[in-house]
Design a protein around this ligand. Structure first.
Ligand SMILES: Cc1cc2nc3c(=O)[nH]c(=O)nc-3n(C[C@H](O)[C@H](O)[C@H](O)COP(=O)(O)O)c2cc1C
Length: 411
């Protein structure tokens, strides 16, 4: 996300979680900058964080009592405070976030005031990991971060540089100015699809040959699920029509499961009429067997000829039926003449945007956590995005579409 020099956080309510990292001292400056930008800040520290910086310092800067204990001795009636705080805040940020706190949150543990508050929070949560290079790159930490992304947490990755251990590597907490700019940008995104209906298709389809065999493709649905999650986080009402995949339903999303291209066609057309934005990220089969055998085919002959027929073209049908105010976005996976083929599809199917996946590049395509997209708009605009985690690629795609929509219409 681009950094903004002087972010405004006027009237925003922020929860700041501080955990037991050597970078905890940076929380003091962070609070000062949040307050200067106009935010109210409620600090929650883990008990171990108080070994690094005192609640007195952070309480004085935030002008609010710092919360540490889940069971405070002198406040017997305060046990629901964590639930109220999670609803009070516009956004929660944990900076620095230790490996221990990431592990706690990734597994739903609720044994500190901070973890209990975040588990019940309804607001977006930004995690800013800070730790030693090897702790950060340990598969356990990376898997926890991946799980946290799937739960919808925002992650601001640490920077490369000099670490407290004296070593150099990844793990430095970004400067407080960068964290403040990131928080401001997240808050701006937060309501950008409020009141909108977003329809997303995702995953593969399965065309049954007989009861136990099918024609399908390697799509896992990750990109479509990332889009659904990102749209829901921005306040949209999201309908996700998913082919067979093991991915969990993103929170706040209405999921409809389908199997075949025909089922996806019917479910998509049923929900498309009310949609403001349609993202067709599913990898839909183009052909289906003319006949599905009622029982398992026996391997008797040396050759088996399958007769296939075309499935309905969902995108083309949406392009024909679209309302003028509807935004229609297709995805393309091309192996040859990628840009020319994607642009031709964009016009032939009457789309606004097409996101081209590069199948042949490392880190891009089916079943990867990352993607390298090229965005093409019907106006001729073309943008190559860098290799990004699919969640971030989804955010950038939404940012670009909304920025385009916000432009004044041509006279
Ligand atoms: C001097 C010192 C510095 C530490 N710095 C970090 C750190 O930067 N990141 C981290 O993940 N853990 C760090 N730790 C380990 C955590 O403090 C420890 O895992 C603690 O239990 C974290 O608990 P919390 O997440 O509840 O605050 C450090 C420990 C010590 C003794």
């Amino acid at each position: 996300m681009a950094s903004q020099p002087r972010a405004s956080l006027e009237g925003r309510r922020l929860l700041l979680g501080v955990t037991g990292s050597i970078a905890a001292y940076k929380a003091a400056e962070l609070i000062r900058l949040f307050k200067k930008a106009g935010a109210e800040v409620q600090v929650i520290m883990t008990p171990d964080a108080t070994r690094f910086i005192t609640p007195l310092t952070l309480g004085t800067l935030s002008e609010r009592e710092v919360l540490v204990e889940l069971f405070p001795e002198n406040e017997p009636g305060s046990w629901t405070k964590h639930v109220h705080l999670g609803r009070w805040a516009d956004l929660a940020v944990v900076a620095p976030a230790t490996a221990q706190t990431l592990a706690r949150l990734a597994h739903g543990f609720c044994d500190t005031m901070l973890a209990a508050t975040l588990l019940s929070a309804r607001c977006p949560v930004l995690l800013c990991p800070a730790m030693d290079h090897d702790m950060y790159h340990h598969p356990a930490t990376q898997q926890n971060l991946e799980q946290l992304r799937r739960y919808g947490y925002e992650i601001l990755p640490p920077e490369f540089g000099e670490l407290a251990s004296g070593l150099t590597g990844d793990g430095r907490l970004p400067d407080p100015e960068r964290i403040v700019a990131h928080v401001a940008a997240l808050l701006e995104r937060q309501a950008s699809l409020a009141g909108k209906h977003v329809l997303v298709t995702a995953g593969p389809t399965r065309e049954m040959i007989d009861p136990v065999r099918c024609l399908t493709n390697p799509s896992t649905g990750t990109m479509g699920f990332a889009l659904a999650r990102a749209a829901a986080r921005r306040g949209a009402h999201v309908t996700l029509i998913s082919g067979p995949t093991l991915l969990p339903t993103p929170s706040g999303v209405t999921r409809i499961n389908v199997t075949s291209a025909q089922e996806m066609y019917e479910a998509t057309l049923q929900h498309a009429a009310t949609a403001d934005f349609i993202f067709m990220a599913a990898a839909v089969a183009d052909y289906t067997p003319v006949q599905t055998a009622p029982s398992k085919l026996k391997k008797s002959a040396d050759e088996l000829v399958l007769r296939l027929r075309r499935t309905p073209d969902i995108l083309a049908e949406l392009g024909r039926r679209r309302r003028p105010d509807q935004v229609l976005v297709g995805f393309a996976m091309e192996t040859d003449h990628a840009i020319a083929n994607a642009r031709e599809k964009l016009h032939r199917k009457n789309l606004d945007w097409i996101a081209l996946n590069r199948l042949n590049e490392p880190g891009a395509g089916f079943g990867t956590g990352t993607n390298r997209l090229t965005l093409l708009h019907r106006s001729g605009l073309q943008e190559e995005l860098p290799l990004l985690p699919k969640d971030e690629a989804a955010e950038v795609l939404l940012d670009r579409i909304l920025a385009w929509q916000a432009q004044p219409a041509e006279p």
